[in-house]
Design a protein around this ligand. Structure first.
Ligand SMILES: *Cc1c(COP(=O)(O)O)cnc(C)c1O
Length: 732
């Protein structure tokens, strides 16, 4: 598939020669809104916002929804009023250039991928807050992977599911208890069109099961140069129950789950075939899509006349599997009945027995007591497997060592590629402008080079501090707006709403904590000893304040208990005005938080955080990490670029471990973080702190970007897989 192929835009073809002059302003805006490239271009984001700032916010920053409230005439008027002509033309020209250039890293480094692209499968994609088809870290990582693949010009296709209700919206009731709301997404307001097949007609796929046929359609979304295809079961021909199959992300029981994974894996490979795409690499991002390998084997057997064993070997050579889950309980498992019901028809065509199929998902193939594990299938059907940080690599090799009983642990074939973040998506505009002023021109195109980021040490400390402060103030204003709105919605007293409008102090050390409220992440670790916490927050000279956000999985009652505990701290007079909980954590909340905090707190039970990426977003914007030495931080912390909790050891007893970590958290805050922040020079600048910000940026930004991550995948996984050459990834 060529890099320059462009999806037909709503009303005209963006790439038709000579059409530019005839394209109206309205068409240009629609074209910009229909390619998610806009979402990582601050000037295009600002352009849309300027059209109507209030509606922009109310519409979840969705430009298609915004433009649908304008007609061409009203838009022309507004554009004239604000003198936006040249900005729109400029943005449109840049989009066209972006789509047509071949001056990319991928153009010179993708080799055989040019004719055989990477097909990247993921159950969720976090592209933007207005497209609710993600729940958290895994989805945001997939979104960042797609965006960096686009920027780098990698031949790349992404496959996922379209959830028309997405993940839930979070509200808290009077008691701080999480309430889940599912809203129907308006498809017409999303930047996607029905995908058309080789025959020019919208794709319609079927998947046989023992209990009936599943039908699905396919949507196509343009993410820069990359196409994201989303399968959707809400079509005529499906039972009412099956029409709802892809309605919600991670909703429903085991049967719903296996049916979703059948659609993603088997349906995804069929969609590629119907689109005329033959991938050179299948990249399974987590085990949810592992059934894709079975469908790929089937195609190969039927088309090339291979035996099952030969086809499986061949597919495995072309398959890359990334595991994200460091605990055995986190891996999908299905019983024999569900497997037969859903994979039976594929198995018939593979010519293997039910026991053989079950064996592919079992550590011990003949152990009838073992259920079918998607991760085991993915490991057996791929020659290139990786974890998502160095430490997680060790954990994964140990966890799956029994799959290769004849090997010593270091030789278990699971390597690692540490996760990174898409810099243009997470870097605040003000910070980008500071880098623009101080870094070499086109520094963004060279963001993988340490020398570029080294230049942060030449920036005037006052300029860096002021920029950070401006961003911190934006965060605090955002928190006050959201918290007071939520108080009003709950019908709280006027003085409570008023208090929320005035909470938090820009001169106080501000610590952010936002992530899924799973118990192992220990959101309330800092509240282990409530008296000590109160002392820290209310210190007359050197106080701190805390901002929390995060959702618990709907079925996770202990997680919801944690939310309630943290959210209700605000009712304690000792914490009033100093602790905030922002409801409905999503990409928008995350963006505000990672751009505005002084310190990002991360205190999971080691080694349960496979990588974590939110702290990497903080680095780009000048915040400092205060984290347990787990996931990415275990390989990032160097003693001068942030703060560590604990010494990298973990005790087998949760109780002892938690107690020690809490103790160390208080100690590090008191002895390191707080003094460094409040120690000011004659100009009122915290010199030591600013030095630490600079160390963090210069030592980490280039290493933990998604560009670096995707380049690593190309070099150590995609190219070997596409060439069919087996290559073991670095294990350490
Ligand atoms: C970055 C991000 C995450 C992942 O962060 P972790 O460090 O893995 O907790 C989750 N949710 C959202 C909305 C994000 O932006």
């Amino acid at each position: 598939m060529s890099q320059t192929e462009i999806a037909p835009m709503r009303s005209f073809d963006l790439n038709a020669p000579g059409q530019t002059d005839a394209v109206t302003l309205y068409d240009k805006c629609i074209a910009l809104a229909n390619n998610l490239w806009w979402s990582w271009q601050p000037d295009v984001v600002n352009l849309f916002r300027d059209l109507d700032p209030i509606r922009w916010r109310q519409l979840d920053h969705n430009p298609i929804a915004l433009l649908s409230e304008f007609n061409a005439d009203r838009l022309e008027l507004r554009v004239a009023e604000l003198v936006l002509y040249s900005r729109i033309n400029h943005a449109y020209r840049r989009l066209k250039e972006y789509l047509s250039t071949n001056q990319t890293w991928g153009n010179t480094h993708s080799g055989v991928l040019g004719s055989k692209p990477v097909a990247y499968f993921s159950a969720e994609f976090g592209m933007h807050e207005s497209i609710p088809i993600y729940s958290g870290g895994l989805g945001v990582l997939s979104g960042d992977h797609v965006k960096s693949s686009s920027d780098l010009g990698i031949p790349f296709i992404a496959i996922g599911l379209f959830y028309d209700q997405g993940y839930f919206k979070q509200r808290l009731d009077h008691d701080g208890y999480q309430i889940e709301e599912y809203l129907d997404t308006k498809v017409e307001n999303l930047p996607m069109q029905p995908a058309v097949g080789k025959d020019g007609r919208p794709l319609a796929l079927t998947i046989e099961t023992r209990s009936g046929v599943l039908h699905c359609k396919v949507w196509r979304m343009n993410v820069g140069r990359v196409q994201l295809y989303l399968l959707d079961c809400d079509v005529d021909g499906n039972s009412p129950e099956d029409r709802e199959l892809t309605a919600r992300l991670y909703g429903g029981d085991h049967r719903t789950r296996i049916r979703q994974e059948l659609v993603l894996g088997v349906g995804g490979v069929r969609a590629l075939r119907a689109l005329g795409i033959s991938p050179g690499v299948y990249h399974l991002n987590e085990g949810h899509s592992a059934f894709a390998t079975l469908e790929a084997i089937r195609q190969m057997m039927e088309e090339d006349g291979l035996t099952f064993d030969d086809a499986m070997r061949d597919v495995a050579r072309h398959t890359v599997f990334t595991t994200h889950t460091p605990v055995p309980a986190g891996h999908d498992r299905f019983d024999s009945g569900l497997i037969e019901e859903h994979l039976g028809p594929v198995r018939d065509r593979l010519g293997i027995s039910h026991e053989q199929l079950m064996g592919l998902g079992r550590v011990e193939p003949h152990n009838g007591g073992e259920t079918f594990c998607m991760t085991v299938l993915a490991l057996k059907a791929s020659r290139h497997a990786n974890a998502v940080s160095s430490l997680h690599g060790h954990v994964s090799r140990r966890m799956w060592a029994h799959l290769w009983p004849w090997r010593v642990e270091e030789e278990i074939p699971i390597g690692h590629i540490t996760n990174g973040v898409h810099v243009p998506s997470w870097l605040a505009h003000q910070m980008q402008q500071l880098y623009d002023r101080n870094f070499p021109v086109n520094w963004m195109g060279r963001m993988g080079e340490p020398e570029v980021w080294q230049m942060i040490h030449n920036v005037d400390p006052g300029e860096l501090w002021e920029t950070h402060h401006a961003l911190k103030n934006l965060l605090l204003a955002f928190v006050r707006r959201r918290v007071s709105r939520d108080c009003r919605r709950r019908g709280e007293a006027d003085d409570a709403v008023e208090a929320a409008r005035n909470m938090l102090d820009p001169n106080v050390l501000t610590i952010g904590f936002a992530r899924r409220f799973a118990t192992y992440k220990r959101a309330d670790l800092i509240a282990t000893d409530i008296e000590r916490m109160a002392d820290l927050l209310n210190d007359p000279e050197r106080p701190i304040q805390l901002i929390f956000a995060g959702k618990a999985h709907p079925a996770d009652e202990p997680g919801k208990g944690l939310i309630r505990r943290v959210a209700n701290l605000r009712h304690d007079p000792r914490f009033a005005g100093r602790v905030a909980f922002i409801e409905d954590y999503d990409i928008n909340v995350a963006r505000h938080m990672v751009q505005g905090v002084d310190v990002w707190l991360n205190n999971p039970r080691r080694p349960l955080e496979a990588s974590g990426t939110s702290g990497e977003k903080v680095v780009l914007n000048g915040g400092l990490n205060l984290s347990v030495l787990d996931g990415w931080w275990a390989e990032a912390y160097d003693g001068k670029n942030g703060f560590s909790i604990g010494n990298g050891a973990s005790h087998v007893s949760y109780e002892i471990n938690d107690k020690r970590d809490a103790e160390d958290l208080y100690r590090v805050l008191k002895e390191q973080v707080i003094p460094l922040y409040y120690e000011r020079d004659v100009d009122g600048l915290p010199r030591g702190w600013i030095k630490c910000m600079m160390n963090s940026i210069s030592s980490l930004a280039w290493r933990f970007s998604a560009h670096r991550m995707v380049m690593d995948y190309v070099r150590s996984a995609y190219l070997p897989a596409a060439g069919g050459v087996s290559c073991v990834m670095h294990n350490r």
